[in-house]
Ligand binder design. Structure first.
Ligand SMILES: *Cc1c(COP(=O)(O)O)cnc(C)c1O
Length: 952
């Protein structure tokens, strides 16, 4: 094996293993297996054009070179992104720790207590600072959080308003441009009208249902909205407030002056700017919204013995179950970044945060005073960290800009001729000197800097001062030394199963290797300290990387128009449908309003379609799991003139390649519709076939599945969309630097989470065409190998025309209940005793486990997993044959927590060793769990989303 080639590090199967596995499957070569799996009429006729593969060493050099072409200027641009100091202990302990970044969304609560606690901390930070009672554990970014808030204003409007068909939302002109743009994109297909204006003079009308304002606003002004909110409420209008969390350390929180919803970003709580993302958006609400707030909420529940334990609460609200009735399509969010921001607050505590916020504010005030003396006019009466400045008579914006650039400093140059500056946590006394130098040089004066900033001085009106306490819970008041925080982080980490422990065989989620070398940019200031609105000549490295990535993704999908803006797969679905909508309007087909979906579609598909203003029509699946051709023809005939698009996952969520896919696409085109391919299963296609070749017009890719971005415990993600040439003009644009723009922006930043684009870029550069093709082939090999091994026990639900599966297989558990009384959920819990995370549970087929091994697992790991599943099969057989008790058995009582195993009293009918060491390998390497099975009802009946609620 050539260890210099990255493909041999990424792919877990050696050539010798491959031979043995092919023999088990009963084919002669990998190519033969591929031909059994993928219909030959869709195999690409020629290789995909990609650069030659690099070695790890070459890639590192290349990345360093790209980084050197990103210039780190001091950024005072603000507008939603601020430089921040990520505490090194969090960077090393979380961001760079494989256990944190490779874990899955915490659906299996018993092996996720660490990140659930970390995210619970995040929820407490948001609720305490905003002054509201409830929050989710992250959204994608500030702009989309704003759009989600507006959706709630609409869906939760009063009955009287609904009856009056009220649909107008007022948005203040001083909300960030990008937030306004995304709100518009999202609201218009819902039949809402967005009215922009000045909150001071707006007239509330009968038709108005909500108002969106910002605090402090985009010019930095802190306004007193109290009377405004009262007036709005009196007119049956709800108010959503965009708020900067750091400012809320010093300012009266919106929850205390009546806000119904508060949203924003937590970026400045320790997350680098990364040229726009990722960082965690947040949305806080009053308890009235608890059943409709989008995203995930962590609640405090209890385990089978009554011990407190965390779990995702009110899960049933999610799109997985609610589908077209879901309030939002959000699935992947920003878990890793929310985790980091939570730890940031834990590390600094309320006192530390006050010190930071006071310093930012005092420095800002000092700068304001000094430049006023020079003849500049400050537009702000009350401010926290942002000043909007009118030029002094002797200065011009051009001159100021020129001097600032000479000093490696960026300001925000507004369209109205004013300049805004935002200070942040990293601003130091020495920076103040540079700032004053720039402003004085622009009027040709010299200044002598007095260093007499009083770090506690407050420049805003007393009435804005926050008087309420926050972060009073113990967790925010005891881990302030590095030793303590390091151990707290480790303690939480030890409670969770991640890829650092074992294979996570989650079907549809593609939990493959996230190679360390692919992640190096995340820790490099050359990539972290770049503001998304920094001038292009300061980010040449980023530009090359982004352009390269778009080109590669276009080549891989066969769809050449690419945008990186969407921050998740579901956001990609929305963007893709929005692109189709724009296109149909353009060609005079805007009345088409139906999206058809196979019954097996992922829940985000119908949810996205509805968010985009479409109606959904389901098409049945036949007994083989394929789209039922007769039903498909019937529906496409019936709705012929109304169909805007078909959304289809390929290979299907049943894990198989339908043979008539080309005909399905043809038929949709015939009747004037567009084909949207959900690319979550691209790991079975890359470099063998592609959406463009098959006939799709649009697809999204889950870069956090197929393309090696780690899952992060539930995000970040990237869901770029790729489109055919006729749709390129209709792709979402970005408002920054485009006055008068009316586009369909779908995220806050022009390139979405640009900061993690380097991971996929690196993955593709390391593997090249041959390597990517091999990865796909081995993914298919591994899945078919497991399918063969499970065939005679559990059985596989669906196979393709030739009896093969794609890159995943659905393990049948539907008959177990009658046979032994155990079900797929018991198996999932029992797997934890073996140190494994469960496969995908009951999706897309109820009563099954969907297994996706990916190409990165070794044969040894696959064999161990089979051994474990066979051992569980034996345990079920014992129950079925009456050798084990129907209720008191290892499956029903799983997982077995450590505290139960070592308890003085052992109450079960089987020995302790059977509970915790069912296989020999466990004696050497046991993953100990510290909670028993968690009550899945309790958290919903008694939602406890914060420590404060827990104490009530
Ligand atoms: C994961 C997945 C999605 C949603 O992607 P997110 O990034 O979680 O929003 C959509 N469709 C399918 C088939 C998926 O597996």
């Amino acid at each position: 094996m050539d260890t210099n080639q990255f493909v041999n590090r990424h792919v877990g199967i050696s050539e010798a293993d491959e031979k043995e596995m092919l023999k088990v499957i009963g084919v002669d070569s990998l190519e033969e297996l591929i031909d059994h799996t993928i219909p030959t009429n869709i195999k690409l006729p020629k290789p995909v054009e990609l650069p030659e593969p690099m070695t790890e060493r070459e890639l590192e050099e290349h990345i360093l070179e790209l980084g050197s072409r990103n210039k780190i200027f001091t950024s005072y641009i603000g507008q939603g992104w601020y430089d921040t100091a990520t505490p090194a202990v969090i960077k090393r302990g979380v961001l760079e720790s494989s256990a944190w970044y490779t874990s899955y969304t915490p659906y299996q609560a018993e092996v996720s207590q660490g990140r659930l606690e970390a995210l619970f901390n995040f929820q407490n930070v948001v609720t305490d600072l905003t002054g509201l009672e409830l929050t989710n554990c992250s959204l994608l970014d500030e702009a989309t959080a704003g759009a989600e808030a507006v959706m709630l204003l609409h869906s939760e409007r009063s009955r009287a308003k609904a009856k009056a068909k009220a649909n107008v939302v007022f948005v203040d002109k001083n909300v960030f441009e990008t937030t306004k743009a995304v709100i518009r994109t999202r609201a218009i297909p819902q039949g809402m009208e967005i009215v922009e204006g000045d909150w001071k003079s707006v007239e509330f009308t009968e038709k108005m249902i909500g108002a969106v304002i910002q605090y402090p606003d985009a010019t930095g002004e802190v306004e007193d909205y109290k009377a405004f909110v009262e007036k709005a409420h009196a007119a049956d209008i709800k108010v959503a407030v965009a708020a900067d969390l750091m400012s809320l350390v010093l300012l009266t929180p919106p929850g205390e002056w009546g806000a119904d919803l508060v949203f924003g970003t937590t970026q400045r709580f320790g997350i680098p700017m990364y040229n726009g993302g990722p960082s965690a958006g947040y949305l806080a609400a009053t308890m009235a919204y608890k059943r409709v707030i989008p995203g995930r909420i962590i609640g405090l529940s209890k385990d089978a013995y009554g011990k407190p334990a965390f779990r995702l609460a009110l899960q049933t609200r999610e799109q997985h179950i609610r589908r077209e009735k879901a309030t939002s399509n959000i699935c992947t969010a920003q878990a890793l970044l929310a985790t980091m921001s939570g730890f940031y607050a834990v590390y600094h505590g309320p006192e530390g945060l006050k010190t930071i916020a006071h310093r930012i504010h005092a420095y800002t005030g000092f700068v304001a005073e000094e430049i006023k003396k020079m003849g500049y006019k400050i537009s702000n009466q009350n401010f926290f960290d942002t000043l909007t400045i009118e030029m002094a008579p002797a200065a011009t914006v051009e001159k100021l800009r020129e001097i600032a650039l000479e000093c490696n400093v960026n300001f925000f140059y507004r369209n109205d001729g004013r300049v805004s500056i935002s200070l942040d946590e990293t601003t130091m006394q020495s920076d103040l000197g540079v700032l004053l130098y720039i402003f004085s040089s622009a009027i040709d004066k010299e200044v002598t800097i007095k260093e007499d900033v009083c770090p506690k001085h407050v420049y805003f009106d007393k009435k804005f001062e926050r008087t309420s306490e926050f972060l009073t819970n113990e967790v925010f008041n005891k881990y302030h030394t590095e030793t303590e925080l390091m151990r707290y982080i480790k303690r939480l980490e030890r409670k969770d199963i991640s890829l650092a422990h074992s294979m996570i065989p989650l079907g549809s989620c593609t939990m493959k290797l996230n190679a360390a070398v692919e992640l190096i940019t995340l820790s490099m200031p050359q990539f972290g300290c770049i503001h998304p609105y920094a001038p292009a000549d300061q980010k040449e490295g980023y530009e090359e990387l982004i352009d390269g990535l778009k080109k590669y993704l276009g080549a891989i999908t066969g769809l050449p128009g690419v945008t990186l803006q969407p921050n998740s797969g579901a956001a990609g679905e929305y963007s893709g449908l929005r692109t189709i909508r724009t296109y149909l309007e353009k060609i005079g087909q805007g009345d088409r309003n139906i999206v058809i979906l196979p019954a097996s579609a992922h829940g985000t598909n119908p949810a996205s379609a509805v968010q985009c203003g479409y109606k959904t029509v389901n098409v049945d699946c036949d007994e083989k799991g394929n789209v039922d051709w007769d039903d498909f023809m019937k529906k496409t005939e019936e709705y012929k003139d109304q169909i805007a698009a078909m959304m289809i996952t390929y290979p299907s969520t049943h894990g198989i390649f339908e043979t008539n896919i080309i005909d399905l696409c043809k038929r949709i085109h015939e009747i004037g519709g567009q084909v949207y391919m959900d690319g979550a299963n691209m790991n079975a296609q890359v470099c063998i076939t592609n959406p463009g070749y098959i006939g799709a017009d649009v697809c999204h890719l889950n870069l956090h599945k197929t393309f090696a971005i780690p899952h992060g415990g539930g995000g970040p993600g990237m869901g770029p969309i790729c489109v055919a040439p006729h749709l390129i003009d209709c792709l979402p644009q970005h408002c920054y630097g485009q006055p008068g723009y009316e586009g369909t922006e779908v995220a806050a930043a022009p390139n979405g989470s640009a900061g993690i684009a380097a991971i996929t870029y690196s993955y593709i550069r390391l593997l090249g065409y041959e390597g990517l093709r091999r990865a796909t082939g081995i993914a298919i090999l591994n899945a078919n190998y497991l399918a063969c091994r499970f065939k005679d026990t559990y059985g596989i639900v669906y196979t393709g025309a030739t009896g093969r599966v794609g890159h995943e297989c659905i393990v049948d558990c539907r008959k177990l209940k009658d046979w032994c009384g155990c079900d797929e959920n018991d198996i999932s819990k029992r797997l934890m005793d073996f140190g494994y995370h469960a496969p995908t549970l009951s999706f897309p087929v109820h009563g099954t486990l969907m297994v996706e091994p990916t190409e990165s697992e070794s044969k040894e790991e696959l064999d161990r997993f089979v051994e474990v599943m066979e051992c569980i099969w034996q345990e079920m057989t014992e129950v079925a044959e009456g050798k084990a008790d129907k209720e008191d058995n290892v499956l029903k009582n799983a997982p077995h927590p450590e505290y139960e195993i070592v308890a003085d009293e052992w109450k079960h009918s089987y020995p302790r060793s059977k509970a915790c060491y069912p296989l020999e390998y466990l004696r050497d390497n046991k993953f100990w769990i510290n909670v028993a099975r968690i009550d899945n009802g309790y958290g919903d009946r008694n939602l406890i989303p914060t420590y404060k609620c827990a104490c009530d």
